[in-house]
Write a protein that binds this ligand. Structure first.
Ligand SMILES: [Zn+2]
Ligand SMILES: [Zn+2]
Length: 195
């Protein structure tokens, strides 16, 4: 067990490997939760907004309990290592943004051994490990710009009734139904019916 990095072993099991992206998500989530004094979200009391869909987001889901399934993980496809954590009860939010300098350190050349002669494979692995180690152990302020923020929170997830698709016979959430010629169709079937 890694005492210096709580939950890291479990997180690596969940994600499948340790990589620089996972390390970024790990540090960003712990920093965000600490600022919010939040613990892992059992239901939807905590909301996370992530601005990328890379490895780092698995750390947000695992550590913050903000998951795709619960609807308290919001994805914005902006290609940025920026994570906002917000509490529904207090309305407090904190925005954690990876610094350029950290990205350069965490992604830069490691000196004379790694990648020499264009070697991939083991050298690549060493380089990834070096970058992950840097991110795991660097001072948090060196890695991230962390600010209080306020955001408009999305409404709580709603449960909708299901209706049966007239073509495939499968139940589908009512709000996803398209009505064509008196029939009710799921998104998958609606295209074929129209064609
Ligand atoms: Zn990864
Ligand atoms: Zn259907």
């Amino acid at each position: 067990m890694d005492l210096e990095h709580p939950y890291l072993d479990e997180l690596v099991d969940f994600h499948g490997h340790l990589c620089p992206g996972l390390a970024i998500g790990y540090r960003a989530t712990l920093a965000g939760l600490e600022r919010l004094r939040g613990s892992r979200a059992r239901d939807e009391e905590l909301v996370a907004i992530v601005e990328n869909d890379s490895c780092s987001v698995d750390a947000v889901q695992f550590l913050a309990g903000a998951t795709f399934g619960k609807g308290n993980l919001i994805f914005r496809d902006w290609g940025k290592q920026v994570f906002t954590f917000a509490r529904r009860d207090s309305g407090d939010a904190v925005r954690v943004a990876l610094r350029v300098s950290a990205l350069e350190q965490g992604a830069g050349p490691s000196g004379d051994s790694a990648g020499s002669a264009g070697n991939s494979g083991p050298g690549d692995m060493d380089e990834k490990q070096r970058r992950a180690d840097y991110i795991l152990n660097a001072p948090v302020d060196e890695l991230f710009d962390i600010r209080e923020s306020s955001i408009e929170l999305p409404p709580m997830a709603r449960i909708h009734k299901s209706v049966t698709c007239d073509r495939c016979g499968e139940p589908v959430m009512k709000t996803r139904i398209t009505e064509i010629g008196g029939g009710r169709y799921c998104p998958d079937c609606a295209g074929s019916v129209q064609a």
